[in-house]
Write a protein that binds this ligand. Structure first.
Ligand code: TRP
Length: 472
């Protein structure tokens, strides 16, 4: 990202940096609500399978492309094949679309940190009233969004992210330990067992292509895949560091934290409300966790404050790297100063973020494809753009540079143990899955006319049966 392509000091440096980018709100805020929404155990199962196969293969590919070309996403695809440089550009658009709404959630975390630190924990644990009032407060929520984004921009502008990264590297293990502690506590709440069962036991009736689509989107998001980030990271990686081993470690770290976050949130929701929180969506963590902390009694305020502080750091390291990516692409491509580029990204993010913010307030009634703005941006990037980018990455690897080019790059630093898996996934499984799944999301949006058409051909009952797999 800097002009002189420096490299990570060694293996640990690389794994920590990549894990720092990967672990963020995606793990702690997004994963639990998706797991709750898409059937608990079945989502967890699909997610694990996807991340061990598809996630693994794609991350290896991206890092190898980065290390091989020594360039970040736009340049890398250009170098591989001019015709496919649009994949690089698409990849650069994704972080620009994520950053604004990421900062809205970052603002929510800040607000909760301040509420907890100033002794207001009790008031925030009222089953959702406090939260909905806050996010629909327009200006109130916008101010926190603005503060979060401004902090991110200042850090990127003054280039002090090294300092932040150091702090967050120390905080990350603390976050992991604290999360385990809170998860254990959550699981011992009355009736939490129902939640644990919901989270662990897959209910195959709840399965649909949407489960796979959501799990796949989450996998891209959480591991910062399909947007060029890992290509950039790979370009800083030394040749003697093992790509395969690093990817495994990043995956274990990232998936581990997401898994524990689910255990913090889902059993607690069952304990407090007695049912699966199908509709809660993005608000889930902000409603259930304050209740867990308050339930802890006197120590709860302290634990809650510490928790939101750690999450804030995890979110900041991610938002910094999101902004940095966009800023550097603009700098490189239109040859303007870093400061100006930063300003442009900031203004753009404020405008787009405000849309997400007001989507819960004055623009509550405006929806896109039946979604609120924040949900829509999230859906559009994770469920549409990223699968498309991943699809073309597979195509480029299979037909243009060939899987062997990636394998050779991986083998520079040792044996490629899961070479077969990598090859089958990138060549066949991933592209076919993505096409099926993208198709199914179109079908889901137009389910009514399609069901009607199908029933004329094969009868209503059969049409229903088929459609069941497409629509949740
Ligand atoms: N993976 C991050 C998380 O789980 C979010 C994220 C998506 C991200 N894309 C990114 C972070 C790019 C840094 C850079 O929260």
């Amino acid at each position: 990202m800097s002009d002189n392509r420096s490299s990570f000091s060694g293996k640990i440096g690389f794994v920590l940096a990549a894990a720092g980018s990967a672990v963020g709100l995606g793990n702690i805020w997004r994963f639990p609500y998706l797991a709750a929404k898409y059937g608990g155990g079945i989502f967890l199962l699909v997610y694990l399978i996807l991340s061990l196969t598809f996630g693994f293969a794609l991350m290896v590919t991206e890092i190898a492309i980065g290390r091989k070309t020594g360039l970040s996403t736009v340049g890398a695809f250009q170098k591989l094949n001019k015709k496919f440089s649009f994949v690089g550009y698409l990849g650069a658009i994704v972080p620009a679309l994520i950053l604004p709404y990421y900062s809205v959630i970052g603002g929510w975390v800040m607000k909760y940190l301040v509420v907890f630190a100033s002794g207001g924990a009790e008031s925030s644990a009222d089953g959702g009233g406090f939260f909905s009032e806050f996010i629909s407060s327009n200006l109130g929520a916008a101010v926190w969004f603005f503060v979060f984004l401004a902090v991110t921009a200042l850090i990127v502008l003054f280039g002090v992210e090294k300092g932040i990264e150091k702090v967050s590297k120390m905080m990350m293990p603390v976050l992991a330990i604290l999360a385990v502690g809170v998860a254990v506590y959550s699981c011992t709440l009355p009736n939490a067992v129902e939640g644990i069962k919901y989270y662990f036991i897959p209910d195959f009736d709840a399965f649909s292509f949407n489960t796979v689509l959501a799990a796949m989107g989450q996998m891209f998001y959480s591991m910062s895949l399909a947007m060029g980030i890992m290509i950039t990271y790979g370009s800083y990686m030394k040749k003697d560091v093992s790509i395969e081993a690093s990817v495994s470690q990043i995956e274990i770290f990232d998936t581990g934290i997401a898994f524990v976050a689910g255990l913090m949130v889902i059993p607690a929701v069952f304990s407090f409300t007695g049912a699966a929180p199908v509709k809660a969506g993005p608000s889930l963590m902000f409603i259930s966790l304050p209740q867990v902390f308050v339930d802890m009694g006197a120590v709860g305020t302290f634990v809650g404050t510490l928790f939101f502080l750690l999450v804030l750091f995890a979110a900041l390291t991610s938002s910094i790297s999101l902004m940095e990516t966009v800023v550097s692409v603009i700098c490189d491509k239109i040859k303007i100063s870093r400061q100006l580029s930063c300003l442009i990204v900031f203004v753009f993010s404020v405008l787009l973020g405000l849309v997400s913010c007001f989507g819960y307030g004055i623009w509550e009634d405006v929806t896109v494809l039946g979604m609120q703005f924040l949900d829509f941006f999230d859906f559009f990037t994770n469920s549409i753009l990223m699968p498309i980018i991943a699809f073309f990455t597979c195509i480029v690897v299979t037909f243009v540079i060939k899987t062997k080019a990636i394998e050779d790059e991986v083998e520079i630093s040792g044996k490629f143990k899961k070479k077969r898996l990598f090859r089958v996934v990138i060549k066949y499984i991933a592209p076919i899955c993505i096409i099926l799944i993208l198709f199914s999301s179109i079908v889901a949006v137009y389910s009514e006319p399609i069901t009607n058409g199908l029933s004329k051909l094969i009868g209503y009952d059969n049409a229903e049966l088929i459609m069941k797999y497409f629509v949740v």
